[in-house]
Design a protein around this ligand. Structure first.
Ligand code: FE
Length: 345
């Protein structure tokens, strides 16, 4: 995408995030990464009369894999103070799950994460309709006391929902202290610490993140009182178990967030190296009618588990019920208030 077009989609984003004259925005980047994102956001924000700054952190030392919640900001308290003092932070680094992000939000700064490839940002622009439907979905979820997920492959798991808040992601943010991620389009919460029981069968075509692969053979998770007690299957199960063992942290066997995807612009089939090399999987997290569970930390929701061992697993063809009310059936949203047109489906 050329820089002028990139600036245009960033302008759309900042308008959807209600950026206005005189607001102070900081675009955060790191090393040589995403400097073109900073340029596009700076130009867009200037057109809205905002006071734009670019804060560029030094390149991080080489690290193996994704250590959730560990960021270069931890060693730079002055930078954290600057971010607490602005109105909106555009995070092109990926601060999610870090204590620094929580502190910045608590100070009233709203945060938008933008790290996916520009072509994907362009294809999954925020819209008023997506926001409206996602907010209704979030209300359904926050009102519910139980979530049950089933699938033709044998998934049958129940989450008790009496503890954690619901999070809505609709890819823009105009609320002080609120975080969102562009692109997105889904809702989630977490089960009670001892309140997840049953079996989840991850089926062929379901997605493992951060591995960014489609599963080829079923992976069977057995869950008791909020903890995974068994993972079995073939090669894909071995990959998951080997990855998790590497963290040497039994809290990786906890149950993390759970919810469903609502964005018709997101496509299940697009997570291929030829399409978006280097992407981090917001498209498979968001595709319309997916049901996503995840394992590991729940501190994002206010829980005690802050393990760095985290997998997100969007699944197709599942059914999801809130207090026995059908929300998703066989991978399609059936709750009328939150249905959206599946364009080009
Ligand atoms: Fe996650």
């Amino acid at each position: 995408m050329d820089q002028a077009s990139f600036t245009e989609i960033c302008l759309h984003q900042l308008k959807m995030s209600a950026v206005h004259e005189g607001e102070r925005l900081i675009v955060l980047t790191q090393g040589g990464d995403r400097l073109d994102y900073a340029d596009a956001f700076m130009a867009a924000g200037q057109r809205l009369g905002a006071r734009m700054y670019h804060l560029r952190l030094p390149a991080p030392p080489p690290a193996a894999g994704w250590n959730v919640g560990v960021t270069g900001l931890a060693a730079l308290p002055d930078a954290v103070e600057a971010l607490k003092n602005c109105d909106m932070l555009i995070d092109c680094v990926f601060l999610l799950f870090s204590p620094e992000q929580f502190a910045i939000q608590a100070a009233g700064t709203r945060i938008l994460t933008a790290v996916e490839p520009p072509a994907l940002l362009a294809r999954m622009l925020p819209s008023r309709e997506l926001r409206e439907k996602v907010e209704i979905g979030a209300k359904f979820l926050s009102d519910a006391k139980t979530m049950r997920i089933t699938s033709p492959h044998g998934t049958d798991v129940t989450y008790k929902l009496n503890t954690y808040p619901t999070v809505a992601e609709y890819a823009c943010t105009d609320t002080p202290g609120r975080w969102d991620h562009w692109p997105s389009g889904f809702v989630f919460t977490g089960g009670d610490d001892d309140g997840v029981d049953g079996k989840i069968v991850v089926a062929p075509g379901d997605v493992l993140l951060p591995q960014n692969i489609y599963v080829r053979e079923p992976i069977v998770y057995t869950i008791e009182k909020g903890w995974i007690v068994d993972i079995r299957g073939g090669l894909d199960a071995d990959l998951v178990k080997s990855y998790m063992a590497d963290f040497a942290d039994p809290r990786g066997m906890g149950m993390s967030h759970v919810g469903w995807g609502m964005n018709p612009d997101a496509k299940w089939h697009r997570m291929t190296p030829g399409e978006f090399p280097g992407g981090m999987g917001m498209e498979p997290r968001s595709f319309y009618g997916n049901v996503m569970f995840s394992t590991g930390p729940n501190n994002e929701l206010g829980g005690k588990n802050d393990t760095a061992c985290h997998l997100d697993i969007p699944m197709r063809n599942c059914s999801l019920f809130l207090d026995d009310r059908p929300i998703v059936i066989d991978g399609d949203i059936v709750a009328e208030d939150i249905q959206m047109n599946r364009k080009h489906a």
